[in-house]
Design a protein around this ligand. Structure first.
Ligand code: SAM
Length: 217
């Protein structure tokens, strides 16, 4: 199904009110970012008509662009401020990084698959988002040379919370990460409350593709 720009803009409005607003997303910065970034730019033409359906969609190399509600939920949980430096693990299509880039001062997103990293970089460049850097690598190790981060968002499922990522948070910063097995995970928020203290809260069941790397699967 091919959908026109005006149909996509109606679908986007529905996403904002029904899938995000009515399901409890309240952060005005997150909602504005979700209203601004064109999700259709991050998917292949064959899925264009489903750009604002509240579901993950396939991207290249067997990976997915996350469901809009989950992208918004993770950004809201991370409490990203406009002067924040954010690390995303799992750039995929680049959409999540683009959303974070509308809210934060600086976003670095790591992607383990070079082909996806290159494509995401190209889309982000084309849209003119110049506070986002996409790099290739194993994000389970974080990015020590650019740490500490105000927020770290992991968009792939981890078997455990990587210690490496916790240690790269500023005091008061948050790590948002799906943790569980390969079919079902809990969305966790780990907030660094002191040098060696972390507060953990749970935010529902989710399903992500696996986080593959030294401190993942
Ligand atoms: N944030 C993405 C978006 O908006 O399209 C969704 C990403 S997808 C659900 C998860 C991504 O994590 C995949 O592209 C996968 O290749 C990547 N990934 C898995 N393990 C990784 C790792 N150790 N480091 C970096 N990226 C990883």
């Amino acid at each position: 199904m091919q959908q026109s720009d005006s149909e996509n803009s109606r679908a986007k409005q529905l996403m904002l009110t029904r899938h995000l607003g009515e399901r409890g997303i309240q952060d005005s910065h997150v909602l504005r970012a979700m209203a601004t970034v064109p999700r259709e730019a991050f998917i292949s033409a064959i899925h264009f008509g489903h750009a604002y359906v509240d579901a993950p969609l396939p991207i290249d190399e067997g990976q997915t662009i996350s469901q809009p509600y989950i992208v918004a939920k993770m950004a809201e949980l991370a409490e990203v401020k406009n002067d924040a430096k954010v690390l995303e693990i799992g750039a995929g299509s680049g959409y999540g990084a683009a959303i974070l880039g509308q809210i934060a001062a600086q976003v670095i997103s790591i992607e383990r698959k070079p082909g996806l990293a290159a494509r995401a970089r190209k889309v982000i460049e084309k849209l003119g988002y110049n506070n986002i850097t996409i790099i290739e690598g194993d994000g389970t190790k974080g990015l020590q040379q650019a740490a500490p981060f105000d927020a770290i968002i992991v968009t792939a499922a981890s078997p455990a919370i990587p210690e490496s990522l916790k240690h790269q948070l500023v005091l008061g910063g948050s790590l948002v990460i799906p943790v569980g097995d390969e079919t079902y995970q809990h969305l966790l928020k780990i907030q660094r409350t002191d040098v060696n203290r972390y507060k953990r809260t749970e935010h529902g069941a989710v399903r992500f593709v696996p986080l593959i790397g030294e401190y993942g699967w």
